[in-house]
Design a protein around this ligand. Structure first.
Ligand SMILES: NC(=O)c1ccc[n+]([C@@H]2O[C@H](COP(=O)([O-])OP(=O)(O)OC[C@H]3O[C@@H](n4cnc5c(N)ncnc54)[C@H](O)[C@@H]3O)[C@@H](O)[C@H]2O)c1
Length: 297
């Protein structure tokens, strides 16, 4: 998507961190951002900040996990402009502590915000973007933990794997449209995510070792990359039409080791007499024209 001037962008989780900084980087390129966030007042304050820098921006309140909220957000967005860039970015940490001890509501909440919300975002805006008659772009925020899972929250890692899967599957669906797609996989960034997660999580606050882990994570992430350069990188990827957006190359060596292990595990067929999967038929059965691997957009 080369020409960003005067295009409207809808950014979830836009009041803070990576969403806000991506909106700022896009605004520098002439984009008109809509900052949507569960914290409506903070979204409006962030939009005022961007307006003070010369951008045409608004903030609005939206809980991405509430399907009913999306209809209103879509109507408010349409009054501001036709959405041509969609950043489905809002996210929260999962629970800390051992998997089997997770609070079920926290587990469901992490998936609702981090993964299910992409469906609602696309349901609200993708039709219009496809029909725009010009290039448009969808960027989805996953995480480096979906490429290289470190020993952190199972809820967070697995919901980010779901997000990566949504982006990879959507890439196939969008291959023959004018909608470009990116998946952002950042490493550690010094944002408000630990505090936001503690504030928004359903049920009681974490106790004991889980609370200690959250506090430790807050300290570790404080030393992470500033979100500003990540936002700039996302804006450049949208302009260049890149699918994978990697911001932290220090993880590459671990990705190589992980994929090498996976590739080495491909051995003999379980049934040596089987001729092998008919992948062309699989593609055709789903009305697609080709595998999208390495095709890129
Ligand atoms: N910070 C990191 O180290 C890091 C690393 C990899 C990926 N990410 C991802 O980046 C994205 C942005 O997070 P961030 O680090 O900028 O954190 P952040 O807390 O600074 O920003 C996230 C924003 O999302 C909003 N939000 C949370 N739940 C919401 C909901 N239900 N509806 C609408 N808005 C909601 C919050 O209010 C907040 O303003 C997330 O998807 C996160 O998982 C962050």
């Amino acid at each position: 998507m080369k020409d960003l001037q005067d295009k409207t962008a809808f950014v979830t989780g836009g009041a803070s961190g990576i969403g806000l900084e991506t909106a700022r980087a896009l605004a520098k390129r002439g984009v008109r951002p809509i900052l949507a966030d569960i914290e409506g007042a903070r979204a409006e304050a962030a939009a005022a900040e961007l307006r003070a820098e010369g951008a045409d921006a608004i903030g609005l309140q939206l809980n991405v996990a509430e399907e009913a909220d999306w209809a209103r957000a879509g109507e408010e967005a349409a009054k501001f402009g036709d959405v041509r860039i969609l950043l489905s970015n809002a996210g929260v940490g999962g629970g800390s502590g051992k998997f089997e001890t997770y609070d079920t509501d926290v587990w469901r909440w992490a998936y609702a915000v981090n993964a299910h919300a992409h469906l609602y975002a696309c349901r609200t805006f993708l039709d219009g973007m496809k029909a725009a008659g010009e290039p448009t772009h969808l960027a989805i925020t996953a995480s480096m933990v979906a490429i290289v899972p470190p020993p952190i929250s199972v809820a967070y890692i697995s919901s980010k794997f779901a997000t990566l899967g949504i982006a990879m599957a959507l890439r196939n669906e969008l291959a023959d449209t004018d909608v470009g797609i990116s998946v952002l996989c950042p490493g550690m960034s010094a944002t408000n995510i630990v505090a936001t997660t503690a504030k928004l999580r359903p049920g009681a606050s974490e106790q004991g070792a889980a609370a200690q882990t959250a506090q430790n994570m807050s300290g570790v992430l404080a030393g992470g990359m500033a979100p500003g350069p990540i936002g700039e990188r996302v804006a450049r990827a949208i302009e260049a039409g890149e699918f994978f957006i990697f911001t932290h190359p220090e993880w590459k060596v671990m990705a190589e080791a992980g994929f090498a292990e996976m590739l080495a595990a491909f051995g003999e067929s379980a049934d040596p007499a089987y001729p092998g999967d008919d992948i062309a038929s699989l593609v055709a059965a789903n009305g697609a024209k080709r595998m999208n691997v390495a095709v890129g957009r």
